[in-house]
Design a protein around this ligand. Structure first.
Ligand code: AGP
Length: 607
């Protein structure tokens, strides 16, 4: 969602801020702006729409070597130039950028108005600038701390003052803020990508941190002025990973990266000799794991579908009751926490508000919650009891692809560990390890059919509604395939368990509503083939994702995309990839903005 970048140093701040904002475009936004300090004055420019609108509005030169910038994803107030950040106080000497939501902003606006302050925007954030001004007495850090005492809600904030050139004050409570340490320059951002061209040395700020920064250093304190020690970390990936490297879009690049990202997620974790896996970050001994008698996995969106796959898998191979729950639901269910239930929260970003708040609620009730996340240093892994990084590398396209298969990888490894402690024999474990080991090469084979998948996608791109049908382990793959199509092509698509077809949805089958059937070679294959025949009998077009050589399926479907034959538990990996490509090519054929689809944000940091 919203993105923050701040800079102080010796270079041209405006261009560094704009570059940082562009790096964060993938998060989703609808307006942007910067404020640059020079000669005891702040120049503020903000524009609705794409960053190119902001760039067009910038004068050829804005002098100044410190400043702040923001991409806004509207929550309070329409998408207008005025509502965009940075927000200023009435004197124009102070500007702030804010991520999060100020819950008591209506009360604060009222009080400020009563005191004669003229509020210019409809946002919750503007009150912060006026509050800081209210407490300002020559010390920005002091004023920010006093202002924070009046705020309820979540925030990542950066403030600057025209009379304190070269200084930024940042604060974090519930919205990420990272400090970047360069040579004679410092950065503050909500996302490391904003500063990756300049430094890989970072400090992940924690809730309650207030940081005062100039080009020579930083000081971190809490609201009562107690110093807080910080550790400097090195970002473990390179700038190339957040560039398109010859691909037309990040989404296509990320789909094609999956053989490597899956391999990275398995690397050093498979135990070939024992037919099991090792996951150091779980922070649980074998004895602890043996006591677990139920697993609940929480997540949202695509991560929820990967959780669903693994709930089927874990029950199947470890014989432990397991369910996937939507984070947004479990939090408000007043969940019953049993001491022998192990919870996972799965999140690519590690910042999804629904998942984070659900995790906090469960931990408050005494649950052990482990994280399965991609973004290192994000809030969920830092607040959880342990967990697994999926190491898929930065995922920039809003529609999640490689993170999905990497989440599967991590949870497959966990399921294997649990399976081998319970129901799985050594030889079954070894067969599972072998099968996982073979996945990168098999996914390469699927990717090599890109041209065929593109042709199929183009053939159906004028359809207005699709069904996606799967069963068992590939039922969540049907849901994920439908979500991908919706997200980036804006075509209506519904995912269903094929077993449900006759319980209602079949009424919608007609000549212009294609059904995408996912047909692995497993015990449910015959049943899915029957469902295909039922659709065909009603003249519904069929696209099938099937196993190489499955002539029965090819004989019924209008179009088939084959995947290599594999261990029956590996089909979720192999069958989701064609669906990602199908959605991708459909969206391209329709001229959609694939990487930044309308209304969506990469990481949903508000409820
Ligand atoms: C995926 O394509 C979506 N953009 C979305 O459903 C996403 O998976 C969801 O918001 C959860 O995000 P997370 O994995 O970062 O928690």
């Amino acid at each position: 969602m919203c993105g923050i970048v701040g800079y102080c140093g010796e270079r041209d701040a405006a261009s560094i801020l704009v570059e940082g904002l562009k790096r964060m475009e993938y998060r989703g936004y609808d307006s942007s702006g910067i404020s640059v300090g020079f000669d005891n004055k702040l120049t503020v420019i903000k524009k609705k729409g794409k960053i190119s609108n902001l760039q067009a509005a910038l004068p050829s030169k804005i002098p100044g070597t410190y400043g702040i910038g923001h991409t806004r994803w509207a929550t309070h107030g329409e998408v207008t130039d005025l509502n965009a950040h940075p927000h200023s106080d009435s004197s124009g000497k102070i500007t702030i950028v804010h991520n999060g939501i100020i819950e008591n902003y209506i009360t604060l606006r009222k009080k400020l108005s009563e005191n004669g302050v003229k509020l210019l925007t409809e946002t919750d954030s503007e009150v912060i600038a006026h509050l800081v001004a209210n407490f300002y007495d020559g010390d920005l850090e002091r004023a920010v701390k006093e202002a924070l005492k009046h705020l309820e809600g979540t925030y990542g904030i950066v403030a600057i003052h025209a009379d304190e050139p070269g200084r930024m004050v940042g604060a974090r409570n519930g919205s990420p803020l990272v400090l970047g340490l360069g040579e004679d320059e410092m950065f503050l951002a909500s996302d490391v990508t904003a500063m990756m061209s300049y430094t890989k040395q970072v400090v992940y700020l924690e809730d309650g941190d207030i940081v005062t920064v100039d080009k020579n250093g930083f000081k971190t304190t809490d609201i009562r002025d107690n110093e807080r020690d910080k550790t400097v970390s090195t970002v473990g990936w390179d700038i190339g990973e957040i560039e398109k490297e010859g691909y037309p879009t990040f989404m296509e690049k990320e789909i094609f990266e999956q053989p490597q990202s899956i391999l990275r997620g398995m690397s050093g974790r498979l135990d070939i000799d024992q037919g099991t896996a090792k996951l150091g970050g779980l922070n649980m001994s074998s004895k602890d794991l043996r006591l677990v008698n139920r697993v609940i996995i929480l997540a949202a969106g695509t991560s929820y579908y990967s959780a669903m796959v693994c709930s089927y898998l874990l029950e199947k191979i470890a014989r432990i009751p397991c369910s996937a729950e939507l984070s947004s639901e479990i939090r408000y269910k007043n969940p019953i926490v049993d001491p022998n239930t192990l919870y996972f929260v799965v999140s690519q970003s590690g910042e999804t508000a629904d998942s984070l708040y659900a995790m906090r609620e469960l931990r408050r009730k005494g649950a052990t919650v482990l994280g399965i996340c991609n973004v290192v240093g994000s809030t969920i892994p830092r607040e959880s009891d342990g967990g697994v990084y999926i190491h898929s590398g930065p995922e920039i396209a809003v529609a999640s692809t490689k993170a999905f298969t990497s989440q599967l990888t991590a949870m497959y490894l966990f399921s294997l560990i649990m399976g081998r402690m319970r129901d799985m024999s050594m030889s079954q474990g070894k067969a599972f390890v072998d099968a996982m080991d073979g996945l990168p090469a098999q996914i390469e084979t699927v990717l090599s059919q890109n041209a065929h998948i593109k042709t199929v996608a183009e053939k159906y791109s004028d359809c207005t509604s699709f069904f996606y049908l799967g069963r068992g382990l590939t039922y969540p793959i049907a849901l994920e395939g439908a979500l991908k199509l919706k997200e980036i092509s804006y075509i209506h698509a519904e995912g269903y368990s094929a077993g449900e077809l006759k319980h209602g949805p079949i009424a919608l089958i007609n000549e212009v509503t294609p059904s995408v059937f996912i047909v692995p070679k497993d015990s449910l294959r015959e049943k899915i083939i029957s469902n295909m025949k039922e659709v065909k009998a009603r003249k519904g077009p069929i696209i099938a994702i099937a196993v190489e050589g499955d002539e029965d399926v090819a004989g019924i479907a209008d179009d088939v995309i084959f995947v290599p034959e594999a261990h029956e538990l590996m089909y979720p990996f192999l069958m989701v990839v064609p669906l990602q490509l199908f959605a991708y090519h459909t969206a391209v054929a329709l001229g959609r903005n694939v990487d930044q689809p309308r209304n969506l944000a990469k990481s949903v940091t508000v409820e």
